[in-house]
Design a protein around this ligand. Structure first.
Ligand code: EPU
Length: 420
């Protein structure tokens, strides 16, 4: 297993280019299963999660080529069965269910199970499939969705934490080939859902309202091949912006979408960090001393849960008390005990982390527990005095393209080493 060795205390300086969005790319790759014609998807980030999705598509019978960020998929003849060994490795692989059901009228997929950040149920995905007329059976750890006919209907997909991103994606992908009109109420509004809808429309689907809580899909008989460019990764953008703020540096983030990051930019501003839009770039630097603030994660356009851990790391450096409340996933505070190893003073109270910031951080060996927790530990390590070893960075490699190389270009002293 590999680790990062970080010698902290260097302010990040320079330019960094943002990769395509992981969470947009995964369902878009799955959507290519909806047609037998060739699709080309550009700006796909080279990550272990996207490589893994390639394996899943191939196991279903698709021909896939992944070269220099462009993924070519031809799913001429596919099967509707994805087994446990594939699905268990990546929870996001559940988004193949919608396209398989839409195209083949059957999907048999191993249930993904929970993960370290929470239970991660799929009841809302299944509720949507049933509303389209699918019969659902759960047996032997697999979910079987079959339909003689898929018929459009109106459904409410809100759950205990609000909307569901992959649930909305899955139902949208099944509904594009259903008969009649589907209306998804309480749909997820995330930019990744809009990007998927754009790709589906390029394939010939009829979708309106993506990006709002009501999405309307008018079924068509067939989809055709299409080309698409994935949106820039808003979570990677936020992670680099926070790293610049944490190290008191100044960086230019190329190819970022400020309009996808309103809630994050607003909180950074409140914390004393300036994020200035210059054309297609964002320039990030501290404009004053870091200040504490309160953050609550919410579905889009609220503050993203995928940036909560990184922001918690930043607030350990802001003198005063910050309260970070996690409303999407029930156990997404695994980074807190590791941040404490660097000297951070954080207490968990129910769904909130109370950060008493301002104590200097000092390097230590820490363990990554999930993707965004790993990013938080890297940020803290960059800001800490001395050397931090972040172990188990395979979590980080799932969702950040060459993060160590990008950080080195910004002046960080970070090396990838074999874990001892
Ligand atoms: N939920 C249900 N029932 C469902 C589905 C979800 O109750 O059927 C609940 C979840 O338990 C959670 C909330 O709804 O409390 C939101 O979950 P959502 O379904 O939106 O999450 P997801 O679609 O499985 C995607 C991202 C996550 C990101 C969440 C929230 C992908 C591949 N994953 O997951 O990304 O945290 O949306 O924005 O798109 C990450 O990149 O690190 C990551 C975890």
């Amino acid at each position: 297993m590999e680790s990062f060795l970080i010698k902290g205390g260097v302010p990040l300086q320079g330019e960094v280019a943002i990769s395509g969005s992981k969470n947009a790319a995964l369902p878009i790759m799955a959507a290519a299963l909806l047609t037998g014609e060739p699709c080309a998807i550009r700006r796909v980030p080279d990550l272990s999660d996207t490589r893994f999705m390639v394996q899943i598509l191939e196991s279903l019978g698709a021909q896939v080529k992944f070269e220099r960020g462009t993924l070519s998929v031809r799913a001429q003849k596919i099967r509707g069965y994805a087994d446990y060994d594939l699905v268990r490795k990546m929870r996001g692989s559940i988004c193949i269910a919608g396209p398989l059901l839409g195209r083949l009228r059957e999907a048999r997929i191993s249930l993904p199970g929970g993960c370290i950040i929470g239970a991660r149920p799929i009841n809302l995905h299944l509720k949507g499939f049933e509303a389209l007329g699918a019969k659902i059976k759960i047996e032997g750890g697999y979910v079987d969705a079959t339909a003689k006919k898929l018929t459009g209907s109106t459904m409410f997909l809100g759950g205990r934490a609000g909307s569901t991103v992959l649930g909305t994606a899955n139902v949208m992908m099944a509904a594009v080939l259903a008969d009649g009109v589907t209306v998804i109420e309480s749909a997820a509004c995330e930019p990744e859902v809009v990007d998927l809808a754009d790709f589906l429309c390029a394939m010939g689907a009829k979708i309106s309202g993506a990006g709002s809580p009501t999405i309307t899909v008018t079924g068509v008989e067939k989809l055709h091949g299409a080309e698409h460019e994935v949106i820039p990764d808003r979570i990677e953008t936020a992670t680099f912006a926070i790293a610049a703020a944490a190290t008191d540096g100044e960086i230019t983030i190329r190819g970022a979408r400020a309009d996808h990051l309103r809630a994050v930019i607003d909180k950074l501003n409140e914390a004393g960090v300036s994020v200035e839009k210059r054309g297609a770039n964002l320039v990030v630097r501290r404009k004053e001393k870091l200040k504490p603030a309160d953050v609550t994660t919410l579905p889009y356009s609220g503050f993203p849960t995928d940036v909560q851990a990184q922001m918690t790391a930043l607030f350990t450096l802001a003198p005063g008390i910050s309260i970070i409340t996690e409303r999407i996933f029930e156990s997404r505070f695994m980074h807190v005990s590791e941040l404490a190893r660097l000297g951070a003073d954080i207490e968990i109270e129910g769904p909130s982390a109370i950060v008493k910031g301002g104590r200097p951080l000092s390097g230590a060996p820490v363990m990554a527990s999930d993707l965004r927790a790993s990013a938080a530990l890297v940020i803290a390590g960059l800001a800490a005095k001395g050397t931090t070893q972040v172990n188990r960075i395979y979590h980080l490699d799932r969702g950040y393209e060459r993060m160590d190389a990008k950080l080195r270009k910004l002046g960080a002293r970070i090396q990838r080493v074999e874990e001892k």
